[in-house]
Design a protein around this ligand. Structure first.
Ligand code: COA
Length: 386
């Protein structure tokens, strides 16, 4: 039985800041942000969206009533949790109107956890072939205003429905993983911004790629030549390009050209949204699927997942016949966003809901189906908009 990604959907806010404007405001060369970091636009998440609403908005785009009935496992992977105890998945399942006969939990390991969730879902479906699992990576990347990490912020959620006989990508049995206790990026309790040893983290990302890719190659005897495309976790798109260049350094010319060309499609959405943390690898998958014209059913895609701290995994899957028909298209969502100035972005950044007992939020300008309307007695108030 084949198991894998049956549907995939994405959601981000309707606001963005232009990276050329941000570079100018920070007295940086525009080329550094656009080329050196590889980002063109950065999603600005207003207080009326948090990981729960982003996750619910992403999932609502792909789920049919039949899917909802079949789902009995919901995992929200995030490092932007809104509660130390209650899982975001419980809120999300309620907003989506899912059955009460489900397992709903939250998972954490920096940007990696959605991959662990996907693999767990695969095992769950193997044991329960008539069920479906909903896996969502949802995050808001925050490094702080005027920090080096600032141009690598962003936010949004990617939702994936995992099922037998998937329409899009059947996951291969083989995967390789690597874990080591290091401090390249972390967010201590009580801090709303990440701490990062930026240069160190970019090097560990590349070292871990070597670890997991060579282990995968040894196991499977596959080389980079065997892939139609290689996908990377993209905290910013230049990071993935560095990983890809390292991966193809000894490949033949045709393979290099193919994989580098596909990478441009795979980074298109990420370049215009920014960092999603857990969802970044899967946004890149979606970007490739919806933007490349050169993909063929039967091709193998390789995926590199990395989470600081650190944990990495390389795994793969086979594109399924007719996969294009299962895609819903996200170009319009991105094209219809509104640009905000750097000053407005800073205002949104500073007005995010913190550890407050009571506050009402303005939701009228938020087009999301699900919004955060405020907090009462420390209880978040979610609302569905028609
Ligand atoms: N035109 C083109 N490229 C330019 C440029 C210009 N005018 N000016 C600078 N650059 C390039 C640099 O050469 C560098 O390229 P390289 O990485 O290939 O060497 C790149 O832009 C970044 O410049 P740098 O001076 O190294 O940036 P920085 O010191 O501000 O830090 C990060 C960059 C990425 C380390 C920082 O943004 C950060 O810490 N981000 C978070 C890290 C992260 O996401 N870690 C998680 C990994 S999973």
């Amino acid at each position: 039985m084949q198991i894998g990604i049956d549907k995939i959907g994405f959601y981000t806010s309707n606001l963005y800041v232009d990276m050329a404007e941000l570079a100018q405001a920070r007295n940086e060369e525009v080329g550094k942000y656009l080329v050196g970091i590889g980002q063109s636009k950065m999603a600005v998440i207003p207080p009326s969206q948090d990981i729960v609403t982003l996750a619910a908005n992403a999932a609502a785009r792909i789920l049919s009533p039949i899917d909802k009935e079949a789902i009995d496992l919901v995992i929200v992977a995030t490092e932007s949790g809104i509660d130390n105890s209650k899982a975001a998945a419980v809120y999300v399942a309620n907003l989506l109107g899912l059955s009460h006969q489900i397992r709903a939990v939250e998972m954490k390991e920096a940007c990696y956890a959605a991959t662990a969730a996907l693999q767990l879902a695969k095992g769950h479906i193997a044991l329960n072939p008539n069920k479906k699992a909903l896996i969502i990576g949802a995050d808001i990347a925050r490094y702080g205003l005027k920090t080096k990490g600032e141009p690598t912020q962003g936010g949004g959620a990617v939702a994936m429905l995992v099922a037998k006989d998937p329409q899009i990508l059947a996951l291969d049995a083989e995967a390789s993983y690597y874990s080591k206790d290091i401090m390249d990026f972390w967010r201590p309790l009580g801090h709303s911004e990440a701490m990062v040893d930026g240069k160190f983290s970019t090097n560990v990302y590349l070292d871990f790629f070597n670890q997991v890719f060579s282990a995968y190659s040894q196991k499977t005897k596959r080389t980079v030549e065997d892939f139609g495309a290689l996908l990377f976790h993209l905290p910013y798109t230049k990071q993935g390009l560095k990983g890809l260049r390292q991966a193809v350094a000894h490949a033949d010319e045709a393979t290099q050209a193919r994989l580098l060309a596909q990478f441009e499609f795979a980074r298109e959405y990420n370049r215009n949204v920014g960092n999603l943390y857990t969802g970044s690898l899967y946004l890149s998958l979606l970007s490739l699927l919806e933007n490349s014209q050169d993909l063929v059913a039967g091709q193998r895609l390789g995926l590199y997942s990395y989470g600081s701290g650190a944990q990495a995994e390389f795994f793969s899957g086979i594109l399924q016949p007719g996969f294009q028909d299962a895609l819903i298209g996200h170009q319009e969502l991105l094209a219809h966003r509104k640009q905000v100035s750097v000053a407005e972005y800073e205002q949104f950044y500073q007005s995010v809901l913190a550890n407050e007992a009571n506050r009402q939020l303005e939701v009228s300008a938020d087009p999301g189906q699900f919004v955060l309307a405020g907090v009462k007695d420390f209880k978040r108030q979610y609302q569905r908009q028609e």
